[in-house]
Every structure is written in C-alpha cells, then in structure tokens.
Design a protein around this ligand. Sequence first.
Ligand code: HPA
Length: 268
Amino acid sequence: MSQDQDPIALAADAARELARLTGVERHDIALTLGSGWGGAADVIGETIAEIPAEQVPGFHASGVAGHSGTLRSIRLENGTHALIIGARTHFYEGRGVRATVHGVRTAAAAGAKIMVLTNGAGGVDPAFKAGEAVLISDHLNLTATSPIEGANFVDLTDLYASRLRDVARSVEPSLQEGVYVQLPGPHYETPAEIHYLRTIGGQIVGMSTTLEAIAAREAGMEILGLSLITNPAAGMGEDPLNHEEVLEAGRAAAPRLADLLRRVVAAL
Ligand code: HPA
C-alpha cells in the first residue's frame, strides 16, 4: 500500500477488507486494548473472526512484545458487533502519525460510533496506585504532532465523552479519573520531566492514545479512555522503570480489567 495514499481512503479499503474477511458488515464499537487489557477480548462476547493484522490494508504486525497483532470481530450479547484492534501501531515505532491512527480510522470506516482506547500508563498523580484502572478525563498531547492534516480545526472539548465516563462509573463507581499525557517515547521519562508534567496538570503518562483520540473525534466517534496504572512514573516510586514490570503489572491486573471492560461495554 502506498505511503502517499489518502489515509481516509486507505481506512475505507481496510474496512471493506475487514468486512469481507470477518463476514461482519458493520462494527458498532471498537476497542484498542493496551498493556493489561487484552484479556477483555475473551470475555466481552463471542469471537466471530480473528484476522492477522497484516492481511488488512495499512496494518502491520505489532513490533512490541506483549502486544497482539490481530483484528478481532466479536458479537456482543445485545447482537451488535465490536472490533478489537489488537494491532496498535505506536507512534514510537516510527511509521508516522497516519499509521498510528489507521486502526481508529478503520474502525470509523467500519461503522463504529464509539471508540474505547485503553493503555498501560505511569502514575504521575500519587493518588493513583499501580494496578488501578483510571478513566481518562482529558489529555495533554506532547507529541508535537497531530493526525489531522490540512486546515481542519477540530474541536477537542469533552474529547473523552463525559456521557461515556458516566456510563463507566455507573457500572464501577470506584473509578477515578485523570488527565493523560502522551509523550513520544519509547524511552521512559526522567524524574524532572515527571515533575514538569505534574506541574502542568498531567496525572497519568504514557506513549499512546492522544493521537488516536484526536483522529477518533475527527471521524465523529465518541471516545472512552481507560488507563491501567502499571507503575509509579519516574521518580514517584522506589524502582527504576522497565517494560517487563509494565507487562507484569498488566498480567496481574488482567482478570480484573477484563471483567471491568466486559461490564462497561455491556452498558455502552
Ligand atoms: N511512562 C510512559 N509510558 C508508560 C509508563 C510510564 O511510566 N508506564 C507504562 N507506560
């Protein structure tokens, strides 16, 4: 697929191929499952089809340990269909912003009206403890880029829909919420950077989600964001950070997160 191809047209191609491969004409809701959240794919409904990402235009096999590389079609109990984008392309993989948000645009082209973005993230606000799930209330996009091209001045007010946050809290009243900061990565932050993020209002830090949320808003979707706190951010805890620790926190929290997401999705 050409790099020069219009990204919206590429997403439309991908959605057509996805419909052909899964036999599902329309996906009503889409989810991207980050570190710790993957188990939800097994419990939110009945899997209709699971497609290796590279069979769908514009997708690549995932380059990150612990991240699966498939697109999965799931029938929910109410008869609607969810698309699980297991093949998340992170901005730090260097394929560019278009590739980073291709999954979201494909979901929109496949008919999804709600985009659920999940991730594993560092806790910047000491109120958030490792192992906890936190609703994203808003974001700081510190990647210095945007998925939107051209003079398209998209409004980002209530980006993480308060309506959907209310639904999530109605099934899990203990959910707290916080402002997510995306940095480009792939290195973790310095303690000085975390101090800075705290000062400017950041509460959770990670390497995904904000560019996807912007693309989802551009496409007219409603967005729900959820972070698993996998570790205290740099300088906030005792230990140095490493990817294995993040994955381990995800594994430990997985059954709880899967159940939470199952209940939230059923209520959306
Ligand atoms: N920083 C950035 N990204 C992350 C972190 C972190 O501390 N934990 C998990 N993803």
